[in-house]
Design a protein around this ligand. Sequence first.
Ligand code: IMP
Ligand code: MG
Length: 182
Amino acid sequence: MGRVKLYDKTFRTFIPYEKIEKAIDGVAEKVNADFRDCTDIPILLCVLNGSIMFTAELMKRLDFNCEIVSIKLSSYSGTQSTGDVRQVMGLTADITGRRIIIVEDIVDSGNTIMELRRILAAKGAASSSICTMLLKPDACRKDLHPEYVAMEIPNDFIVGFGLDYNELGRNLKDIYILDQEE
Ligand code: IMP
Ligand code: MG
């Protein structure tokens, strides 16, 4: 199993690329089943930066017409959520009256999703559903039940496949977990 060092912390392989790809196949199939026959053009909302890799992998598996819109939110510092979700960059297009599929890397405390829902409602979205690559158990405390979940993981800090530790690790192909044995 591989190890990587990012700043002061060591991480070890947790979910290999092949397993991530299979999980994305599964979740994309569920999204396709619900949207394949749509007559509107749904929007995939890529939540930067973390969702960039998952959005790319997901969209190439979707077989209905869709558009991509991005927004950049930030709430993590180091390995913890600050509890405060900042909008670093607003929505890149008008979403009035559109159906939105929020594409997230991970849903943890659920703060980001709550803030996104507030923004989307204020901007006049017709509806929104959540498609997340990863789900941590705490998410359920806020009564958030994402419609599409590729994988569930325990409450540990992870990096890779878009996810970062202070902006490092996003380029890693596999998902890594913080190594406690240091
Ligand atoms: P939430 O607002 O607590 O649900 O957290 C959502 C955001 O925090 C995600 O979109 C990620 O960008 C980031 N995040 C949550 N957990 C992790 C993690 O384990 N590693 C890296 N980033 C994370
Ligand atoms: Mg994110």
